[in-house]
Design a protein around this ligand. Sequence first.
Ligand code: ZN
Length: 584
Amino acid sequence: MYNLREMQRSTYEVTATRKRPQDFDRLVGQDFVVSTLENAIKENRIAHAYLFSGPRGVGKTSSARLLAKSLNCQRGMSAHPCGVCDSCREIAKGSSVDVIEIDGASNTSVNDIRAIKEEIMFPPQTSRYKIYIIDEVHMLSTSAFNALLKTIEEPPEYIIFIFATTELQKVPLTIRSRCQQFKFKLISQPLIMECLRSASEDIGIKADEDALFWIAKESTGSMRDAYTLFDQVAAFSEDHITLEKIREKLAIAGFSAIAEVASAAIQGKQDEAIDRISSLFSQGVSAEEIVRDSADFFRTLLLYKEGIRKPEILGTALSDIPESIAEMLTKEQLEAALKAFLNLYRDLRYSLSPRFEIELLFSRLGSLQYLSTPDVLMKKLEALKEGVAEGSIVIKKKLTKVIEDASAAAAIPSQMQIPAAVPEEPQPRREEEKVPEPAEAQKKTASISDLKEISSMLANSKKSVLAKQLMDIEGIEESEDGALILSLSKALSFNNLKLQAKDIEKAFSSYLGHAVPIRFRLTEEKKEEDDIPENMKKLRAIFGGIISKAATVSASAVQEEPNDEEDNYDQSVQSGYFENEDDE
Ligand SMILES: [Zn+2]
């Protein structure tokens, strides 16, 4: 009578029962549990209470029965019970008088435990041990646990408890600490597929890999669920299990059907997408199913985008993934789509028409590729600004025309108009600084010839990298206010030195014997103001900064496709640079 639930189960879980392991070697996916139990049996280290925890359908009850068999086998205690003696056979059938299975879910009261307490006073009738297997032990009431606690603290020699639970955290610590604990893991998708393959071979039925993959995925790590679903599928598949039959009979959308709908929608073919959704509905696929599978689809693409290639994590075979769609969308866009479907799933039950909601969401997917977050927009703007200044992004004539028109238009408020003086202003100042006259006449000032000594001073004080970078300085001038202006044409060194301005200032000051402020200037090899075309000057007025010679060269080679900024971002900072005037 304790085994009613098990009996009910066995009437429909044919494969699960048939494939129930009769030997520890056959228990799949729980290698650690198996080896530990096997060793304990071999070395005769038997505990009086075991606690098996883990998700449902991963082999806890099977292991409990295996352990019972191993302990009670009439041919001697063994990790490999004979399976043919009376005890082994009775345990397999669930009819052993000395192995008592109790469902914690329906025997929760303290009275049930009291009954056990009375029972355990009697030694086993035919076996070595009297074994109590209590399933779902976390369902026991607190008082039942307390009663149980006293029993497991000092049980008679011949009593062994094996508790199983899916919710370890609900088992009181006092119980847990008195048990030898084993944690069972979810079974991996490849392992489940292997078992399903063997199950289909056993019954002489052909099964396609993608169909088994789907069953394994649906069972989310539970072997029992996988076998149950397998039986259901095998029942309507005649002699060949295919994904097509599963889709049809179980009215599921599946990854590839959703991939088709979503791909059409993302590419702006809304009519096709809606049409496909309509045919899914007419096949009997539920709204929940469509939304769930759509969320699945975008999750898969997102993981694929993150570089994940394992089918069991992606949830689908690599070949099913529409790469063009994955490439078309950014991570942010995929995240947004996934979020939208997760939200829709949540809202579905309050919806006036789930179908309308789904159609609406798929219609919106058309604009997904234009979706952006403020962060991304800011980055794009920055890159655009830098690219234009560097010359790696070239503005087509048409755009300059627009700018000219815009600045000419009286409609623009005065504060937004481009001040005519701005592009010209920095230039004359720079011309002055350019004068290659070293300020030799001044007392106690440094010139380019002093660099070597300052550099070796730095090298001596263990700043050899800085010392080396210092040698990239090409000119030293004194400004009117007594500061030294160090000029370089290498942008990289310029930036590095600027970061270490304090150290350089110290070095120069100690060399000269008085404090001297330092500034840096990034120079160009050659400079001819007239080379800068009018359009670039206008751009400079908008974006600020100085347009370098290199930039002006590439600016004259006007390209055809100004819209394609993405490509241009990727072009490295080949020639031009964006001059930094922070120091001025
Ligand atoms: Zn046996």
